[in-house]
Design a protein around this ligand. Structure first.
Ligand SMILES: [Zn+2]
Ligand SMILES: [Zn+2]
Length: 95
């Protein structure tokens, strides 16, 4: 049995909503965020959630002491590597 639009039971659905999973026909689908939604409401809700998730991830990244420590360690390692390299270059006589 073919799925039909949630709004138009007599029309075959062309896609399922990315958010709520309802099948929707070509008339009803809304393209947003690179995907398909059954309605503007779902598209807007999904976008709001996406923005909230991004905002939270950004905040977590900024607040995480582990990530900060990792960055400092990485910079330290790079600095040591550069110093070591300079020392080697210094000691190596030119041919
Ligand atoms: Zn939907
Ligand atoms: Zn429809």
């Amino acid at each position: 049995m073919e799925a039909t639009c949630y709004l138009h039971p007599e029309v075959a659905a062309v896609a399922n909503c990315h958010r709520c999973g309802r099948p929707a026909c070509a008339e009803c689908i809304v393209r947003a965020e690179g995907t398909i939604f059954c309605s503007r409401t779902c598209a807007d809700a999904s976008r709001a959630i996406g923005q909230e998730t991004r905002r939270r991830m950004e905040a977590a990244r900024r607040a995480s002491p582990a990530a900060w420590l990792l960055r400092v360690l990485l910079l330290g390692a790079i600095a040591v590597a550069i110093l070591e390299w300079l020392r080697i270059v210094d000691l190596t006589p030119w041919p």
